[in-house]
Ligand binder design. Sequence first.
Ligand code: COS
Length: 380
Amino acid sequence: MDFLLTEEQKMIQETARDFARKEIAPTTIERDKNAEFPREIINKLAELGFMGMMVDPKYDGAGMDTVSYALAMMEISKVDASVGVIMSVNNSLVTFGLEKWGNEFIKEKYLKPLARGEKLGAFALSEPEAGSDATQQHTTATKDGDSWVLNGMKNWITNGKNADYYIVFAQTDKAKRHHGITAFLVEKGTPGFTQGVKEDKLGIRSSDTCSLSFADCRVPEENVIWEVGKGFNFAMNTLNGGRYGIASQAVGIAMGAYERALNYAKERKAFGTEIANHQAIMFKLADMAMEIEAAKLLTLQACALKDAGKDYIKEASMAKLFASETAVKVAREAVQIHGGYGYVREYEVERMYRDAKITEIYEGTSEIQRIIIGRKILAD
Ligand code: COS
């Protein structure tokens, strides 16, 4: 794919690769073990402009294209998928949506510090009873004077503990189904807004995930994003962007697992030769390399379509679906190639296997991606 990249895109890819190797890799194993949030790393990513990569410089972003963002996400996630998801949420789910649909007040007050990476964002759509069927919001927002009063609960929120600004979805008119949902910008520290206990997760353990609760939490009218009743459309459009972000994260995980498996297979000997020379292993490596390339091409295609101002919904879903399933498969094969060594922390492929699984679940499960792709194909 390199032949399609511009000099600038290659430079961003190289910068991300160097940064991941020097600044992230040394602490990845320990942070995963201790479920420790990578605060210092996020601050350094902010200095590189990686927390608001695609935001226009007039809102303090780095003004890069989507292909560059995907390349950077792949390199970061190759070394640490937890850092990848924190970066992805701030870029794809928070700053992207605020720039496109936020009012000027929101852009000045919230988007700018988010794009500079001085503040961190979270996207609070899921609820205990509203995951894939996001229309079933139980959180309510009731108008009172010139503010809205939020009550309810959110679940599985990435950056939930460490974010400063939260995009929160609530039902403002139940009778209108999805047209009765509205998105609000809520600041941490707003009275009535509390964060739950951090989840103890299988993978991406260095990122934080928790529930949020709202009890008579008052949010000013100007913090309505887009407009009242547009929350579901906002969520759907934003998640399209999230999906090429997660696709990039998944490609990165697969790249990391493959590279380790390849190196190991070229060194480890069994039955008188390096195991890479046995067809059982060589064929696995061939499939892994091919599938990663296909996932990468699908992902960059979705990003290039977005950069060209074209429709990319189907392509983003295809990229997310294929890349996430590839990540799980490649990481599993990487563990298999490592044998017993693959099952212990030191060799890192076990973490990649654990980290890969969530990419098939969050920002739309594989089953949801198949619905989106299927509906698009039938409508065309
Ligand atoms: N992009 C833009 N708009 C979309 C869209 C997409 N991918 N999918 C649906 N919409 C819009 C439709 O155009 C429609 O808009 P209008 O009624 O204003 O014309 C509206 O959303 C409702 O569409 P639909 O009736 O198709 O919605 P459904 O309830 O059938 O749900 C799916 C559609 C399954 C695609 C949606 O619920 C979904 O994406 N669910 C997954 C949610 C998710 O990712 N959760 C994870 C939380 S974040 S970790």
